[in-house]
Design a protein around this ligand. Structure first.
Ligand SMILES: *[C@@H]1O[C@H](CO)[C@@H](O)[C@H](O)[C@H]1NC(C)=O
Length: 762
């Protein structure tokens, strides 16, 4: 095994020596230039100060940070790492200027929050709701007054009718906090009905518009607010949808307030139908808002600078995707260096291939084993930059773009069409950031460690479970200020219902994966587990999951080698054994083949080969999707370009051919569903076709009932026992777009049938 490590070191060195040398040289030049610049600007400074980037007046930083220290919650270790890492980025930072701006605008710490309720009402309906809100806020303030000391808390709310106030007092400037309590900050809660006649609301909206556009006034004169949130009342009988005007004025107020406050949306816009759910929706919105008020008190603000927490770009998320992509590019070069270091490190414990040995007897013990992704490593920095929260030393969690999409009332990913999973209820996590393949299309490639063996410190499943949940909720919370996030979906998202174990890395690599699954199930979180068909022993020992995936990236040995670039020499034998195991498990749980089509690699002439694999393993379902182009330097290095991304028509042709071949062989499968938006098609076994209808969806509650019963008295159950009818809009030929979601068309028409997502769902 040591030989393999050495070999791969040599290989890696050969591949990366040029960029490495160039990078080192660039670093050297940069250091020289910086040093020169330093010494010039510091000619009068004491010569005992070493001219390193780190040395530039640390006192100044401390001094500037000091006033905030009392209120800002103690920085997490992650923040520490960030702080520590910052000075090292060196020359770019112009110290003294930026912080000075902060200190100038630095307001006293938030000690009290003063909620101000504003409402407009013509028929007194909204006034009645405003009073309900007032009561809830009052109760919350009183309750917290008991718990909190007298130096911090929520003050009893005040209420104002928009018809009777002078707009200038509240919506041109913010009221001054009382001199006796300079730490008081205001939160505006604005309740508004919807009218299509001329009312005070029009005057109010005009005022907001003028204030924002008045050149004499700062464009964000309300930025001293601690936050705001808007709740609209509408009538679905008159305006059934938002497109037709449901809560249109609330939406406009919300937009203006975002501008006037400099994006201080504390909680997503809430909406209620006066003929139906208004009061329930209002109560839910209130309770979510109160949570945030507690956060503000605890953290001293909305957390400026965090996307979505009041400082979000009001940009389209498609644009944001490109940004992420670029980041990914720059990050991957960094990490390849780390890989070299790791492999070349002679002090590393001798790797033990626990995946073949089956027993982990000689895995290094807790105290001698290294961490897979240490906090100080470039890998950690790169993954964090890409949006991962690293949990412990080898697990991670990330919000996927579909989660954001669903929170904004737009579509969910194909998992909703096929299996009934709403993306905003789904957590994407992995207990192992390491993988044993280096798949050419892996968009995480280059940032995750790879290895055939587990040679790292093992974190407990409890630590991972708590950590990923915490990380997920934290990221969801950051989304609350993002424009378009729906209050009701946001509230739903605060309870995880599904877990996709499919991010970067290989989940069954983790030695305690079964205990981790137990924890998910005990909280009624469903489990979708994706593995790469390289760990037959682990696959065999794996307990029940809600749905078990095996990635089938090619139909024959040669093409699999080219695509997955496996580290195991016996990768084909391992792959075959995994198929056998899948076949054995097919009546115990839902088994799925996941095919990722890469044009020019694994599509042409492989229909027969894939049919052979299906015949061998008889999976319940076959998911076929086109590769998503991620444009990283590594995938480009493997020869992958936009040309390799198949058009949806090409995927369809392939799927039809595969389906026909399965039929020809007398295997009972059929074309069940599609999600054209993510170029994904589902072939299903006829076991999921009952009474002329497809049942590819999952009855999750039934799954947990059956699981608990099995635990109690050993009653086994089959996939057919927890299936559910597929919605007709998801059927093959229907496109798979949920009619309840707001449809957003892409602006770019050029490649409209290709999967162009920068950060693909998994
Ligand atoms: C804001 O006011 C300007 C000038 O009166 C007007 O042209 C513009 O349409 C208004 N914007 C909105 C969004 O109402």
């Amino acid at each position: 095994m040591a030989g393999t490590a050495m070999d791969s070191f040599v290989v890696v060195w050969h591949v990366y020596r040029l960029p490495l040398l160039v990078a080192l040289f660039a670093l050297f030049v940069a250091a020289r230039v910086y040093r020169q610049f330093q010494s010039r600007s510091k000619t009068t400074a004491s010569s005992s100060v070493p001219a390193s980037p780190r040395s530039q007046s640390p006192e100044k930083i401390v001094e500037l940070a000091a006033p905030a220290e009392k209120v800002v919650a103690p920085p997490t270790t992650k923040d520490n790492a960030k702080l520590a890492a910052k000075p090292a980025t060196g020359p770019k930072r112009v110290l003294g200027k930026k912080p000075a701006k902060t200190i100038g605008g630095r307001r006293p710490p938030v000690s009290f929050i003063q909620p101000l309720v504003f409402f407009a009402s013509l028929t007194t309906t909204t006034e009645r709701y405003a009073n309900i809100l007032l009561e809830d806020l009052r109760a919350a303030a009183a309750k917290r007054a008991d718990l909190q000391n007298r130096e911090r808390g929520i003050l009893p709310p005040q209420i104002h009718d928009i018809s009777y106030i002078d707009f200038d007092d509240f919506f041109t400037t913010v009221p001054q906090p009382p001199s006796t309590s300079p730490g008081t900050r205001y939160v505006y809660c604005i309740l508004t009905p919807t009218y299509n006649i001329d009312t005070v609301l029009n005057t109010f909206l005009d005022h907001l518009n003028e204030t924002h556009n008045d050149f004499r006034i700062d464009t964000a004169p309300l930025s001293k607010l601690a936050g705001y949130s808007v709740f609209g009342f509408g009538d679905k009988e008159e305006w059934p949808t938002e497109e037709e005007g449901f809560c249109s004025q609330a939406k406009e107020i919300d937009r203006w307030m975002a501008k006037l406050t400099g994006r201080k949306r504390a909680y997503p816009l809430g909406m209620g139908d006066v003929k139906n759910d208004a009061e329930v929706a209002l109560k839910e919105w209130t309770s979510g808002l109160l949570d945030i008020l507690d956060d503000i008190l605890e953290n001293g603000g909305l957390g400026e600078g965090v996307p979505g927490s009041g400082d979000a770009l009001e940009s389209d998320e498609e644009d944001a995707g490109n940004e992420e992509d670029q980041k990914e590019n720059s990050a991957s070069t960094m990490v390849d260096l780390e890989d070299i270091k790791m492999n070349g490190d002679t002090a590393a414990p001798i790797p033990v291939d626990f995946t073949t040995a089956g027993k982990a007897t000689s895995v290094a013990t807790e105290d001698t084993a290294k961490e897979m992704v240490p906090k100080t490593s470039p890998t950690y920095a790169a993954l964090t930059k890409q949006g991962y929260s690293i949990v412990g030393s080898h697990s991670g969690v990330k919000i996927c773009r579909w989660t954001k999409s669903a929170l904004r009332g737009r579509g969910s990913c194909y998992k909703y069409s096929f299996y009934g999973i709403k993306s905003h209820l789904c957590m994407e996590a992995t207990p192992s950031l390491s993988c044993s393949n280096k798949c050419i299309f892996c968009w995480r490639h280059g940032t995750n460690p790879v290895g055939t063996t587990w040679r790292w410190k093992v974190d407990s499943p409890e630590l991972i479970f708590d950590g990923v949940k915490e990380g997920h909720y934290k990221k969801i919370k950051m989304m609350r200020g993002v424009p378009g996030v729906r209050a009701e979906r946001f509230a739903e998202a605060m309870r995880i219902r599904h877990c996709a174990l499919s991010l970067v890395g290989e989940p069954i690599f983790y030695p305690h994966i079964n205990r981790f699954l137990d924890m998910l199930h005990s909280e009624h979180i469903s489990s979708f587990l994706v593995c790469n068909a390289q760990h037959p022993d682990q696959l065999e020992a794996l307990h029940r999951v809600t749905q078990l995936y095996v990635s089938i990236d090619a139909s024959n040995r040669e093409s699999l080698r080219k695509i997955d670039r496996p580290l195991h020499r016996d990768f084909w034998e391992r792959f075959q054994r995994c198929l056998d195991i899948l076949r054995e498990k097919r009546h115990i749980q839902r088994t799925v083949f996941r095919l990722t089509l890469v044009k020019g690699f694994n599509v042409d002439d492989e229909v027969m080969g894939y049919a052979n694999l299906v015949e061998k393993a008889l999976p319940g379902l076959v998911e076929i999707k086109g590769v998503t182009y991620c444009g990283t330097s590594t995938s480009a290095g493997a020869g992958l370009t936009m040309q390799n991304v198949p058009f949806y028509e090409e995927i369809s042709t392939f799927v039809v051919a595969l389906n026909a071949e399965l039929e020809r062989r007398g295997l009972k499968y059929g074309l069940a569903a599609e999600h054209a938006h993510s170029c994904c098609v589902l072939i299903a076994s006829e076991r999921f076709h009952v009474n002329g209808k497809w049942h590819t969806r999952i009855d999750y509650e039934r799954f947990f009932d059956l699981l608990e019963q099995e635990k109690r008295d050993g009653t086994s159950f089959a996939p057919e026992d927890y299936m559910k009818e597929t919605e007709e809009w998801a059927y093959w030929g229907q496109g798979g777009f949920n009619p309840e979601d707001e449809r957003v068309y892409r602006k770019t028409g050029k490649n409209k049938n290709k999967a162009l997502e920068a950060a693909p769902e998994s």
